[in-house]
Write a protein that binds this ligand. Structure first.
Ligand code: ADP
Ligand code: MG
Ligand code: MG
Length: 888
């Protein structure tokens, strides 16, 4: 016989805290509190397995469930000295849902179940308070009709409001017993009118109706959406908790409240919570009346004149405080509690780990380690790496007034204010004049890099979370709101309009990259302050971490930020990003557009000193730390001149006609640039590019080595290799250049040559390619594109649909597709190491900063992850957690 029902209460329980899969979080913790001997109203939990059974069997119940529920109800009756449905001494219960993890708002609780026209009288007589009994009954009818029968709760509220205004009453508590009787009649009339049958009077019918509603709530649209957003499988199911009622609405010595054992927004070690006298259930959070503070300290801080629980009911408060301490020590985590006081007696109704801000999470973890509640390693596991993002960027002051004109996607966190500008050149100019700007574009392209750098934040009206603007902004650590479709951008007239309002170039706006909001004017900000707790926890994390954390950086500014955040080297320096700056782009265009090798060499000669200087600066900032420099990679069309003006500029510089240049530019256009003439293919066609870049790297290495006294060992990375032969060919150019530079300078050079694994063929042929590569870096952005055959730039139009239709759980460009792309990473790593056991392996690509993907990298045994500068702390913590997980 399967056991479907587990009792709790009266100092014992059939279940325990570790049975949350079966009993749900709420049920398991009610059982645990009972086992601890805490005052918990008795009750029972119908397991999540019944929910699964229910959906596997056409929404029916196992045969033996009914008998088990009856037996459990009888036990609850025995403990309370009552009987369900009895006319003299009726047992009333609450029916509460509870999945393994809390799913706020999935299903509303039904309280006071078991009340009907008869039992209400018995309850009233027993309490000597008819007002209380009828207040409970009307609450029950409201909740049950809304949750179980599907009658809109607004209709009940209207009846209530109407009654109050007719009788000039302010609060529900002023309504008398007689009033409630009249209102209840109207409530019942409403139900009968809406449903064509009367409100159910039979307590057993009520009970099974509520149980069915809890199971039914598991498959509602909002529950399914919530599960999808939080990666909760639907076969987990929900449990149902049926529990004897206790009453916070039994007059002035009764109350109900919620509390956290520590402050959930600051982490301060102080009981924090609110309560209401003569109230029930969710009244506190529903905002019907203004709640009071639990402790005197909080009351004084809030400047409230209404008494605290500590003052009002000192005995119940003292007991509550000691229970809080006990539960926190028992669970070794900050708890979120619900309680009720019935005629001075305290009852515990719920405990669970409390949600908290990143700041609070850090403080609580560090404090609990200091208090001896946690080991340092456990403390490291208690902070969610992604949450650190909140701490690393300025945010809008929660107290500030928000004048929102539109919203888009929260593409890159942080908030920023500035004047509206529409072009990258304007942005750069304004920055030069000392003004702050927000770059507003329909979409951005690689040519906007300098404008993005110069602005405080970026707003686009088109593109998704992986659009150019979003990816680059995240890399730069700049706030970005992308794909704000409701914003109309008019470049010609220099305006943006949304929601019937129009703003002009030069007007100040604020964007909030955490919420996606676009606000008018400047808004107060809170600056990120990295607390001492942050440093302490990161220190502990570094102590357990196996993988190194490097950064993707190409500018000295980025390299500096990353180093300050604890980066241990550069995993990806994309040289082409340096090509867009200032005058360089003209030389780059000359190189691409010239038809002869001499022409290209002449253009490359102009670029050489600039590249050398860039590299030298980066080597100096990273003093002694490894730096991987990738040779020229992107499709050439990204560099081609577009406007007539740009064409004329390059033509002039090259001494050819604009027409001829235009022709050459056309001839370079490709159908599919992402799969075209790029990466090592360019270097194979034009070895002089690799030669120039290698020379710049080697000369810079010598220069920086002398300047810092720390010898530089550059790692030169050849992109987009699919054939070992490609790598060999480029390698030969690099080695020849190394020999030349050594001969010229008389200095000896140490360096490594490796490749970026970003084509499936490279992963499969890794054993062969490793013969010529001293290191691999998995370029998972392109590897995802080439494995899925999906272009990242075009994915926004359909990837969202794939997620809503359940084909893909996550955007594979955000979190590594572990079974497909990850399999190739694994194969590449294994085969590479089979040839070269000491081969250095890393990952660059956006995934290097994604905690789940970092966890995967640990299991594959990579040596390092590399991510954008602002994600370095997140990666350090995620790598530490991955290492701890691998140990268990
Ligand atoms: P949620 O998970 O949304 O908090 P709960 O099932 O915990 O939903 O219940 C909602 C409210 O009803 C809480 O304030 C809880 O304290 C109260 N409540 C639940 N069961 C009882 C009970 N048996 N007696 C008194 N109050 C209860
Ligand atoms: Mg609640
Ligand atoms: Mg609750």
């Amino acid at each position: 016989m399967t056991r479907w029902v587990y009792n709790f209460g009266n100092g014992t329980a059939d279940g325990a805290a570790d049975m949350r899969n079966l009993l749900g979080g709420k049920g398991a913790n009610l059982a645990e509190m009972s086992n601890l001997g805490l005052p918990v109203p008795p009750g029972f939990t119908i397991t999540t397995e019944v929910c699964t059974w229910y959906y596997d069997h056409d929404k029916s119940y196992p045969d033996d469930l009914k008998a088990q529920v009856e037996e459990a109800l009888a036990k609850v009756g025995a403990v309370t000295g009552r009987k369900f449905g009895d006319l003299k001494n009726p047992l009333l219960v609450s029916v509460r849902s509870g999945a393994r993890v809390s799913m706020p708002g999935m299903m509303d609780t039904v309280l006071n179940l078991g009340l009907n026209d008869e039992t209400v009288k018995a309850i009233g007589e027993e309490a000597g308070d008819m007002r209380f009994a009828y207040d409970s009954y009307r609450r029950f009818i409201q909740m049950y009709s809304d949750v179980v029968l599907g009658v809109d709760h607004h209709e009940f509220e209207e009846i209530l409001e109407e009654h109050k205004s007719r009788n000039d009453l302010g609060l529900d508590t002023e309504i008398t017993a007689e009033d409630w009787v009249g209102i209840i009649d109207k409530f019942k009339g409403l139900v009968e009118n809406d449903l064509g049958k009367p409100f159910p009077q039979d307590p057993h019918e009520q009970l099974w109706g509520a149980i069915g509603a809890v199971f039914g709530s598991w498959m509602t649209h909002r529950a399914q959406t919530y599960r999808r957003l939080h990666d909760i499988p639907s076969d987990w199911g929900t449990a149902v908790n049926v529990q004897a009622m206790v009453f916070g609405n039994m007059g002035e010595t009764s109350a109900t409240g919620v509390a956290f054992t520590r402050n959930p927004s600051t982490g301060e070690k102080a009981l924090y919570g609110e309560f209401l006298v003569n109230a029930q259930g969710e009244d506190v959070v529903a905002g019907i009346r203004t709640p009071q503070d639990i402790t005197e300290k909080a009351r004084i801080e809030a400047g409230s004149t209404r008494p605290s629980l500590e003052n009002l009911m000192p005995e119940a408060f003292a007991e509550f405080q000691s229970i809080c301490d006990r539960l926190e020590a028992h669970y070794r985590d900050m708890q979120d509690l619900e309680f009720t006081i019935e005629k001075g007696k305290l009852w515990m109704l719920q405990t669970r780990s409390g949600k908290r801000t990143a700041k609070a999470a850090l403080k609580i973890a560090v404090d609990m380690a200091a208090e001896g509640l946690l080991s340092e390693e456990e403390a490291v596991t208690r902070v969610e790496p992604g949450a650190l993002d909140q701490l690393l960027h300025p945010t809008i002051d929660p107290k500030a007034k928000r004048d929102i004109i539109a919203s888009g996607l929260p593409a890159s966190p942080g908030a920023a204010s500035g004047e509206i500008v529409f072009t990258s050149d304007e942005a750069e100019q304004a920055k030069g004049d000392g003004r702050k700007v927000i770059l507003v574009r329909v979409e951005t392209s690689p040519e906007d890099i300098h404008g993005m750098h110069a602005s405080e934040g970026i707003l686009t009206s088109r593109g998704g979370m992986t659009s150019h603007a979003a990816v680059v902004a995240r890399g730069m650590g700049k706030p970005c709101v992308a794909g704000a479709g409701m914003v109309r951008i008019d470049y010609r007239n220099g305006t943006i309009s949304a929601g019937g309002r129009t703003l002009n170039k030069g007007d100040v706006i604020t964007i909030d990259g955490a919420s996606g909001q676009i606000l008018v004017g400047e808004v107060d900000m809170l600056q990120p302050a990295l607390s001492g707790d942050f440093g302490t926890l990161m220190g502990w994390a570094d102590g357990v971490r196996r993988m190194k954390v490097r950064t993707n950086a190409e500018t000295p500014a980025d390299a500096k930020v990353a180093r300050d955040f604890g980066a241990e080297g550069i995993g990806l320096c994309r040289t082409e990003h340096m090509f867009f700056e200032g005058e360089r782009i003209i030389a780059v265009r000359e190189m691409i557009l010239s038809e002869t090798e001499e022409g290209r060499r002449a253009a490359l000669a102009k670029l050489l000193p600039m590249q050398r200087q860039d590299f030298a600066e980066i080597f100096e900032i990273m003093k002694g730390l490894p730096v991987t420099i990738r040779l020229l990679d992107p499709p050439l069309h990204e560099f081609l001149p577009k406007s007539d003006e740009e064409v004329a500029e390059v033509a002039g510089s090259m001494g050819v006609s604009a027409e001829k240049l235009q022709e050459r530019a056309h001839s370079l256009e490709e159908f599919n640039p992402m799969l075209g003439h790029r990466g090592c293919r360019l270097l194979v066609s034009y070895p002089e590019i690799a030669e120039m870049q290698a020379r710049a790297i080697f000369e810079a290495a010598i220069q920086a080595g002398k300047a810092t006294g720390a010898p530089v060992v550059p790692e030169i990375m050849v992109p987009l290799v699919g054939l070992k032969g490609e790598l060999d060919m480029v390698r030969a150019s690099i080695e020849a250049m190394a020999a030349a530079v050594q001969a010229e300078t008389g200095e000896s050079l140490t360096y490594q040559i490796g490749t970026m694994v970003e084509l499936p063929r490279a992963a499969l042929q890794a054993a062969e390619i490793a013969k010529s590569a001293e290191f691999f870096s998995f370029g998972t952005n392109d590897l995802t594109q080439t494995t899925f055959g999906i272009s990242r730039d075009d994915a926004a139009s359909f990837l969202g649909t794939y997620q809503t239709k359940g084909l893909l759980e996550q955007d594979p460009f955000v979190s590594l597709d572990q079974t497909g792309v990850g399999e190739l990473v694994k194969i590449g790593a294994e085969r590479g190491r089979s040839t070269r056991p000491d081969m250095k392996l890393g990952i660059c690509g956006e995934h290097g900063g994604d905690p789940a993907s970092i966890g995967f990298c640990e299991t594959v045994g990579l040596d390092y992850v590399s991510c954008s500068p602002f994600r370095v702390p997140i990666a350090r913590l995620a790598a530490a957690q991955a290492a701890l997980k691998a140990r268990t």
